[in-house]
Design a protein around this ligand. Structure first.
Ligand SMILES: [Fe+2]
Length: 127
């Protein structure tokens, strides 16, 4: 089982440590309510303040979106598509929800491992 990192694991650290965690942590951006079977947009962004490197030997390889234990979306990242400078990589997903969601994102840095977001609850109307 791989280790799974999250921002909260580093929240009590120095500014350098918190910045390290920030630039690795996926963040889910979406509305808190959705309608049943209506397309619902979810954005996952890596980092809130600090951009992650996007170098050939150090970059993100994929972003996954989970609803509890169900994988609902995955984006494989082609590093060169995001340039050579540090970047906040984003991936957009569309879900057709049937019931309320408990979303978590996972993202994999080839040098620093697997990082998870905070869980986001989405209330689905009409379930
Ligand atoms: Fe990294």
């Amino acid at each position: 089982m791989p280790r799974l990192f999250s921002y909260v694991d580093f929240a009590g650290g120095s500014e350098k440590v918190r910045n390290y965690a920030d630039k690795h942590s996926p963040v889910i951006i979406c509305n808190s309510e959705a309608e049943r079977n209506i397309p619902f947009k979810v954005k996952v962004r890596i980092g809130t303040k600090v951009k992650h490197p996007n170098a050939p030997d150090h970059h993100y390889e994929y972003i996954q979106l989970w609803n509890l234990e169900t994988l609902v979306g995955e984006t494989k990242l082609h590093r060169s598509s995001f340039g050579d400078q540090p970047v906040h990589i984003e991936a957009d997903f569309t879900i057709f929800p049937k019931v309320s969601l408990r979303l978590t994102a996972l993202a994999y840095c080839n040098k620093h491992g697997l990082w998870r977001s905070e869980e986001v609850f989405v209330k689905v109307e009409g379930e």
